[in-house]
Design a protein around this ligand. Sequence first.
Ligand SMILES: [Zn+2]
Length: 552
Amino acid sequence: MKTSPFFKSAAVLLTALALGVFLFVRVAVEAHAPAYDLLITNARIVDGSGNPWFRADVAIKDGRIERIGHIGPETAARTIDARGQILAPGFIDVHTHVESIYSQPAAENFVRMGVTTLVTGNCGSSTTDVAEFLGRLKEKPIAVNLATLIAHGSVRRKVMGLGDRAPTADELKQMESLVEQGMKDGAVGLSTGLIYVPGTYAKTDEIVALARVAGRYGGLYATHMRNEGDKVADAIRESIQIGEQAGLPVEISHFKISNKKLWGQSPMTLGLVREARARGLVVTVDQYAYTASSTSLESRLPSWLRAGGLDEAKKRLADKATRERAVNDTKEALKRSGFKDYSFAVVASYGPDKSFNGKSIAAITKEVKKKSDITSQIEQMLEMYEAGGAAMIYHGMDEDDVKLIMQEPFTMIASDSGVRQVDESVPHPRGYGNNARVLGHYVRELKLISLEDAIRKMTSLPAQTFGFRDRGLIREGFAADLVIFDENTIVDQATFDKPHQFPLGISYVIVNGAPVIENNQMTAARPGVALRGPQIPQFTQKSVDSAKSVNK
Ligand SMILES: [Zn+2]
């Protein structure tokens, strides 16, 4: 059948009409659909750069900061009125130990202090399967963004166990290839823990070899140095030397002076870093805002005793003469540290007897042995080590050193904490209060540094150092990791006696555009993503500098 021209043109007309109606409806709907997912108004913005605060609205779409300016509330699906509060980039905590984060995906102790990104794998201890570790985030969402270092101690342990010896050429090659795989899988650098087993048995050249691999992939070298006490200056020099020889940036972890005889020497230790920077080397440090550190009990015992791990050490301690040698060496170390006994050493967590938690070694020795001499205290420590060891808090630093280190432009703020389980043991309060303590105590109460500078140390400086190119600043196009807090009320509540207390004054924490803290309450959102390093070989700064000097 033939269609008449009339019907043909009517059909065309109807189709055109229908299309027109469809387009009209679509345009109308789009005009009414909000342009942004979230709008934050009326805040004073401290943008992470260190510049003075300014006032603007911040609009977020698809997890990114889309616009900064004067923006009408009708343009957003949701508006947060942050009147009277500070809006800052989410805090980036570059020194954490959160290998267990998937079992506590809310990471509440971090989120509650405004932290939106964690770097783990520090102090020589990490996963040796970076691809698997970061990949797990897809099935097990977490509240914060996650990055990891590949750790020397874990790699060494995997290749050559816990022994006190140098690697063979073949073992070194194996370690290099594990580091290389870690970097290809997205690690942001290499970490060491040179007081721990087995990292403590590595000589400088071994670390240089592995750091060189990390550097080739654009990573940095983050180190818990060989010594933070009587030989701290040598340890800083070694860290700088490793960075220089391997051609990569150096991050000195939890920068401190834990030797009482060297209290007040931070101008000298900071000077070593400044001098390296003046020579063109990239060296930075991080710090937590307390005069006590926290690590294992065994780190106070001689490294020869700990070779091979606990079972080997127990065998050694069963021999009377060897035990005596261990006591004497520990006594010498105490003498060098400048402390008269172990009253500065407090148990955070001791499995076999929880009543020890929160008490000093001196107090425990008095209780158990009815004695107060040093030998008895060391004997008590050895017995606790043999029974499985303990996590400790060491009140070993001077407040003036903490302050001077905090004032240094290249110092960032990091907690050195793990993910905490509320009311489990008596851990260091830094895992609950660190950022809030800086903002409440050191910025507001002591006026030691400005609010803007403190925020810079928690945001853009860590982002720059660890290569998070689209985080750490409030900029259009950057990831919408944000924190809203009241600078007049923010305060850490965690103390050494009662550490399990969240800070006050932080009302919103936003990760990739989604609030994880909303009106001071934790939400169910788990918007964290894995942050990976460059993963491919990089053109390093060192090759640029040496090329220049050749041309001269
Ligand atoms: Zn450490």
